[in-house]
Design a protein around this ligand. Structure first.
Ligand code: G
Ligand code: MN
Length: 254
């Protein structure tokens, strides 16, 4: 986040979702054993009326700062669920990953809202994973763990996002009912030796607990090969596909 938040941009962000300026893009996830795209991560895009497209790295921290992250998170939950249901109705079955901010999690209603949304769109909960970033601390961990635990009982998955950048690494894994580990882009794109050193034991541990491992930020074939060699189950990144609108994503499937 920039040192001085752009207050004007923050003001414009308020209500952006309800004005139709927010949209969901989808980035494909490749299953490394079948070589097929089996899922997508929903990623928010903002079309500012004057400035045009603003990237999530600029507006997500701003939204957290300005207290509008719940509004955006809500929009993404509904819009991506609606889209996944639309796909399922046409025979396209893709797992859906949705990013969730710690701020959303600290809302008591969140858990119920997720359940209600999945019911509304008649989505199979076992195809949906909530991504919780490791890059920010979870303050009320027991409460959040309880909420996620409840969602786990109906089959919703929980991913630790940006793994390797953040707070409690393996501890957080033990405290949250995780079903998936998303290895941060910086690790796969960094030195191979470092990636091996950091990931070998982690991936073995994850698999021993039945946790799926996804490599993020895969941009080259060499990085994809490394991810496969280290035992990652899935890969995501520009090599496989950029985040794109729903119709463009469907065109890339065969
Ligand atoms: O925190 P999270 O991993 O959910 O963030 C995903 C972000 O990373 C998105 O903004 C997406 O556009 C970006 N991204 C996805 N794949 C790649 C990649 O291969 N390279 C780079 N540089 N960025 C990526
Ligand atoms: Mn994510």
């Amino acid at each position: 986040m920039q040192a001085i938040p752009d207050a004007r941009l923050a003001r414009d962000l308020r209500g952006a979702a309800s004005r139709g300026e927010m949209l969901a893009h989808y980035q494909p996830q490749l299953d490394l054993s079948s070589g097929r795209v089996v899922g997508v991560e929903a990623l928010a895009r903002w079309h500012h009326p004057e400035r045009g497209p603003v990237g999530p790295s600029a507006f997500i921290p701003l939204a957290e700062w300005a207290g509008v992250i719940r509004e955006i998170g809500d929009f993404m939950l509904h819009e991506s669920s609606r889209q996944a249901a639309e796909w399922a109705a046409t025979g396209i079955h893709l797992d859906l990953s949705i990013n969730v901010s710690p701020n959303q999690l600290s809302n008591d209603e969140f858990c119920v809202e997720v359940q209600r949304t999945l019911e509304r769109y008649d989505l199979d909960p076992t195809t949906v994973t909530l991504e919780i970033t490791e890059a920010e601390p979870i303050l009320d961990l027991p409460q959040v763990a309880a909420c996620l635990g409840l969602l786990r009982t109906i089959g919703v998955g929980v991913a630790i996002d940006d793994f390797g950048t953040g707070y409690s690494s393996l501890d957080q894994l033990r405290n949250l009912p995780a079903t998936e580990l998303k290895i941060d882009q910086s690790i796969i794109r960094g030195s191979q030796a470092r990636a091996r050193r950091l990931l070998n034991a982690v991936i073995e541990d994850a698999h021993a607990e039945g946790i799926r491992v996804v490599a993020e930020g895969v941009e080259t074939q060499v990085q994809l090969d490394l991810a496969a060699e280290l035992g990652c189950d899935r890969a995501q990144g520009y090599l496989i596909g950029r985040p794109m609108p729903a119709d463009a994503l469907v065109r890339t499937l065969s």
